[in-house]
Design a protein around this ligand. Structure first.
Ligand SMILES: *Cc1c(COP(=O)(O)O)cnc(C)c1O
Length: 387
């Protein structure tokens, strides 16, 4: 059966036509049991090769939490990316793929003992930190490892801010570099995170200014750093255009070139930008209702089994399957399948009217969807399929 979808010009602006074409082709030939997540390998490849290409002396470490699907990790391994991890679970998957420890770093400033022991035996040697307690743990478990201190930087303009949870100010960061050195670790650099889905280029400018100030303070006190880890945060298109990775990187590169030593090594940790816009969630409409003035659509992926980020303000673009010639569009409230009233994905979404059982595609949903998902209320987590 050939399915017909209402594809608008705006959709082609969100994901490339080739991804849409592949998706629709896949849906035409498969017997479909939703929900599942399609990942366009070509798109992942294109992003992976592009990210870092505008920053000198840079290495890319994929933030595994964005989507830890083993086939995605295998694919990124072939593309020679490194990996950024935080937990024994993430390390276990990488160990199954026999990823060399030199290609793994951990930038979560607070790590469990269990994870650190496993990382020690695997041979991971680069860790971020932002407290003396973390140094004390590292000294016991991985003496002489390389550590980079996490600075707090503004997260304004990022749609998924993180800054209050981690990071320290300049003076504390300087003391921490000394503390690590005194304890026999190798204080090798500085990191920060501008916030995820960061569409504000000035966040990187402010962060780099601050990192530069710390770099100088450390140098004056005879601590020679060599690593600048600029974290993640590169944005993707969900419903509108955003600043491109290329623009961000060219800006970052010129700031680094102007202000830091020429032999500096730069680490980049993108998660969302690697897999986010390569993903299309395929869901089904399981019900419709009119409640007061509001028209509701209920689909088989909601806040709990994939669309958690909608709660934090991420808005998605949808493509609906239409059988009738229903060109007429309406405003909808879109909700997930569970009985929880928290399970509402979006309001005031303009879409043509689908029928129950029709497919609804959710664009740019490759990152922070299935990795956040639970089987709350018995609804299944979408499986990931590479196409
Ligand atoms: C989550 C995270 C990333 C990835 O962030 P994105 O916004 O997905 O690029 C990178 N580094 C650290 C330390 C993180 O916690």
């Amino acid at each position: 059966m050939l399915r017909s979808f209402k594809v608008d010009k705006v959709h082609a602006n969100i994901v490339p036509e080739s991804t849409l074409f592949k998706t629709l082709k896949y849906l035409d030939k498969k017997k479909i049991e939703t929900p599942f997540l399609l990942i366009d390998k070509e798109k992942v490849k294109e992003k992976s090769l592009m990210i870092g290409s505008h920053i000198m002396n840079s290495k890319v470490f994929y933030a595994v939490k964005a989507n830890p699907d083993i086939e995605i990790l295998r694919f990124l391994d072939k593309l020679k990316l490194g990996f950024e991890i935080s937990s024994e679970g993430e390390l276990e998957v990488l160990s199954k793929l026999r990823i060399k420890p030199e290609r793994i770093i951990s930038s979560n400033p607070v790590k469990s003992l269990k994870f650190l022991k496993m990382a020690a035996s695997y041979g991971v040697k680069f860790f971020s930190y932002d407290s003396p307690e973390e140094v004390d743990k590292l000294v016991k478990i991985i003496p002489r490892c390389n550590v980079y201190v996490r600075l707090s930087v503004p997260n304004e303009g990022s749609e998924w801010p993180l800054s209050k949870k981690f990071g320290v100010e300049l003076e504390d960061a300087l003391s921490l570099l000394f503390y690590a050195k005194d304890k026999g670790l190798n204080p090798s650099g500085i990191t920060f995170h501008v916030g995820s889905q960061c569409t504000n280029i000035y966040n990187w400018n402010i962060a780099l200014d601050k990192a530069r100030a710390l770099w100088d303070l450390a140098e004056k006190k005879k601590i020679r750093l060599k690593l600048l880890n600029i974290g993640g945060g590169y944005p993707i298109r969900y419903t509108k255009n955003v600043i491109t990775v290329e623009t961000i990187e060219k800006n970052v590169n010129s700031l680094i070139y102007d202000r830091f030593p020429k032999d500096i090594e730069v680490h980049i940790e993108p998660g969302r930008a690697v897999v986010g816009d390569a993903g299309v969630l395929v869901t089904s409409l399981i019900g419709k209702a009119k409640r007061g003035d509001e028209d509701w659509l209920y689909i088989d992926v909601g806040v709990f089994n994939g669309l958690m980020e909608s709660v934090g303000g991420i808005k998605y673009s949808y493509i609906v399957e239409c059988n009738k010639q229903s060109k007429h569009k309406k405003l909808w409230t879109i909700a997930g399948p569970s009985c929880d009233s928290f399970d509402v994905i979006d309001r005031n979404v303009t879409l043509p009217e689908p029928d129950v059982n029709n497919l609804i595609l959710i664009l740019s949903s490759g990152a922070y969807t299935v990795s956040y998902a639970s089987e709350f209320n018995g609804f299944s987590i979408p499986k990931t399929i590479l196409i």
